[in-house]
Design a protein around this ligand. Structure first.
Ligand code: NAP
Length: 297
């Protein structure tokens, strides 16, 4: 029987409608609207689409959004100045720096400059540290999206062997931290996994991936994971987004993997819509944090 399709788009819509209510309640109670400021440097077409989608998603749930654009040849100092000024603005709660930045700019220097309370992507070392200690301030967006899909599809991870292919700071590494934590904001069933992280230097990758109850691909190579790399009835989560001549493709070869897996996330319509949605959730959280940390006692 072909694998069950885990519909990330429908789950994202559900979470967005829940968020719309929470944002509206927050605005009524506190008298202000959570706001996200996006910074876009240069005119990379894919980045422009991503930022536009994030702004539209903000509109859908009632979050205010601002776009700050800098030219491709903007200096690191100019960008730092912009981040600094957004850090100081009380009516900006979340700051998003769209990646990738031009090669002339040191990405870590910019991300480190974002105020940790406004760091809705959860890239700041303080927030990464808190996550690694099992007391996250913000959940990183794509890993949180993966957890939400599994949670809402009633696929607990506790006690399961999860194999992640990819160890990036954005996906693989923080996802491993969340899955192997002792608890999760989504409940202990969505933590306590036994996690193996694979990467380009892993020997005999298929041997590893075939051990997985849940296999997560975050590689950046179109259709890399094939059916013979997947254990019978495994759950497969495809984080990859690759632009190919035939359009968007995931890191998983859906055709062959669907014959073996019990469930699979599609691309598009899988983890992508969840990533944007979890950014909105973090923006609301940032507004709550700023409000409660500055409120007189
Ligand atoms: P990345 O920073 O390029 O990391 C890719 C990881 O895959 C690295 O750890 C790399 O290993 C590993 N890898 C590369 N080739 C491999 C191979 N042949 N065998 C085993 N491992 C291999 O990418 P990323 O930012 O994590 O993104 C991964 C994918 O997810 C991309 O397609 C990206 O577009 C997509 N993505 C999607 C979303 C979403 O919302 N759905 C969000 C973020 C990213 P090394 O560390 O050894 O180099």
């Amino acid at each position: 029987m072909p694998a069950r399709r885990l519909d990330g788009k429908a789950i994202a819509q559900q979470i967005q409608s829940e968020l719309r209510e929470k944002v509206s309640e927050f605005a009524l109670e506190q008298g202000f609207i959570p706001a996200l400021a996006a910074i876009l440097v240069g005119d990379d077409p894919a980045s422009q689409v991503y930022v536009r989608n994030k702004q539209l998603a903000c509109e859908r749930v009632g979050i205010a959004s601002q776009l700050h654009r800098l030219a491709a040849d903007a200096s690191e100092e100019q960008l730092l100045e912009l981040v600094g000024s957004l850090n100081r603005q009380h009516d900006v709660h979340g700051i998003l720096v769209q990646l990738p930045l031009p090669k002339s700019i040191q990405t870590t220097r910019i991300l480190d400059a974002v105020h940790p309370f406004k760091d809705v992507d959860a890239f700041h070392p303080e927030n990464v540290g808190l996550l690694s200690q099992g007391r996250p301030r913000f959940l990183p967006c794509t890993p949180h999206g993966v957890l939400q899909v599994l949670h809402r599809e009633r696929i607990p991870v506790a006690g399961k062997h999860v194999v992640i292919v990819g160890r990036s700071d954005i996906v693989g590494k923080p996802l491993a931290m969340l899955l192997q934590a002792k608890d999760s904001p989504l409940g202990s069933e969505m933590a306590n996994a036994t996690v193996t992280v694979c990467h380009s230097q892993t020997r005999d990758l298929s041997e590893q991936t075939r051990q997985a109850d849940i296999l997560i691909a975050a590689i950046g190579r179109a259709r890399f994971i094939t059916g013979d790399m997947v254990r019978q009835d495994a759950v497969v989560v495809d984080v990859g987004i690759n632009r190919t001549e035939q359009g968007l493709a995931g890191d998983v070869d859906a055709e062959s993997v669907s014959q073996v897996a019990s469930a699979i996330t599609p691309v598009p319509g899988g983890i992508g819509p969840l990533t944007v949605t979890m950014l909105l959730a973090n923006t609301l959280r940032a507004a709550e944090l700023i409000h409660y940390s500055t409120r007189p006692h």
